[in-house]
Design a protein around this ligand. Structure first.
Ligand SMILES: C[S@@+](CC[C@H](N)C(=O)[O-])C[C@H]1O[C@@H](n2cnc3c(N)ncnc32)[C@H](O)[C@@H]1O
Length: 236
C-alpha cells in the first residue's frame, strides 16, 4: 500500500534547541508521530533531546533501533525495519516526523531510509555541526577561493592527504579513527598549528581547543569536530 501520510525528515541542528529552524519547530509542535534512532540499549540520541521541548504531550513515539556497527547486513536490516515501521504509520494516514541531528542528509541515517521509502516526503535542512563549530571558533570556515573538504573519521590516510593537499579548510567529522599515523601526517604537512577541536558545540559542555601536540587528537569523543583551517590562518 502507498503511504497516505507524509514523512517529514527534520534537521534539528547541533544541540542547542534554539538553533532549530522555524519550519522544523512548526513541524515538531504539530507532530502526531515522531520517529527517531535509538541504540541497541534503547537510548535515544541527541536528535530526540533537541526535539523534546517542542513535542506535545500526546505525541506517539516510534523509536527505531539503529545499531552502531559496520556490519552492512545488520544495518540494512535495521533500515528496512525502520522504513517498514514508518510506512505502517503513514499507511494509516498519519504524518511521521523523523528526527535528525544537524542536517538530515549529512552523515545521517536518513539518507538510507529515504532510498527505501515510497511515499510523500518533506526534507527540512538543519544547521550542520561544521558550521556550528566555525561559529564557536569565530573563524571563517573558508574564504575567497579556498575549497572546503569534509572527510569522515580521519582513518583513511590517502583521503586525508588528498584533502590537505587541496590547500583549503579540512573538516574531520566523527573523528574516532584519527590514529597516530593520521596525526603524524597532519604534523608532517605543517597543518598542526591550524588545527582546532570543538566538542559538544552549542551545548553546556562545549569545549574548544587548539591541540598542544598531535597526541591531543587521538581518541577524541564522538561529538567532536576537527577543523584544520586553511593555510595562512596559523595565528588566528
Ligand atoms: C553521524 S554524524 C551526524 C552529523 C549531522 N547530521 C550534522 O549535520 O552535523 C555525527 C558527527 O557529527 C558531529 N557533531 C554533531 N553534533 C556535534 C556537536 N554538537 N559538537 C561536535 N560535533 C558534533 C561529530 O563529528 C559527530 O561524530
Amino acid at each position: 500500500m502507498t503511504p497516505r501520510g507524509t514523512l517529514f525528515a527534520v534537521g534539528l541542528g547541533p544541540g542547542d534547541p534554539r538553533l532549530v529552524t522555524v519550519r522544523a519547530a512548526e513541524i515538531l509542535r504539530s507532530a502526531a508521530v515522531v520517529a527517531y534512532p535509538v541504540d541497541t540499549a534503547g537510548d535515544p540520541g541527541r536528535a530526540y533531546q533537541i526535539a523534546r521541548p517542542y513535542l506535545g504531550q500526546d505525541v506517539t513515539e516510534l523509536p527505531l533501533v539503529m545499531p552502531m556497527t559496520s556490519d552492512r547486513s545488520a544495518l540494512e536490516a535495521a533500515w528496512d525495519s525502520a522504513v517498514a515501521a514508518i510506512s505502517a504509520e503513514a499507511e494509516m494516514g498519519r504524518d511521521v516526523v523523523y528526527l535528525c541531528l544537524g542536517d538530515t542528509l549529512l552523515y545521517g541515517s536518513f539518507g538510507y531510509l529515504l532510498a527505501r521509502y515510497r511515499g510523500p516526503v518533506e526534507v527540512v535542512p538543519g544547521v550542520i555541526s561544521p558550521v556550528a563549530a566555525a561559529s564557536a571558533l569565530r573563524e571563517p570556515l573558508v574564504e575567497g577561493r579556498e575549497p572546503l573538504v569534509v572527510v569522515p573519521d580521519g582513518g583513511d590516510l590517502e583521503l586525508l592527504c588528498g584533502a590537505l593537499d587541496l590547500g583549503g579548510t579540512v573538516v574531520i567529522m566523527k573523528p574516532s579513527r584519527l590514529s597516530t599515523d593520521a596525526v603524524a601526517l597532519i604534523e608532517a604537512s605543517g597543518a598542526l598549528p591550524r588545527v582546532r577541536v570543538c566538542r559538544d558545540v552549542t551545548l553546556d559542555g562545549e569545549q574548544i581547543f587548539a591541540p598542544g601536540s598531535g597526541a591531543d587528537l587521538v581518541s577524541l569523543p564522538y561529538f567532536s569536530i576537527v577543523t584544520i583551517l586553511a593555510p595562512g590562518r596559523e595565528g588566528s
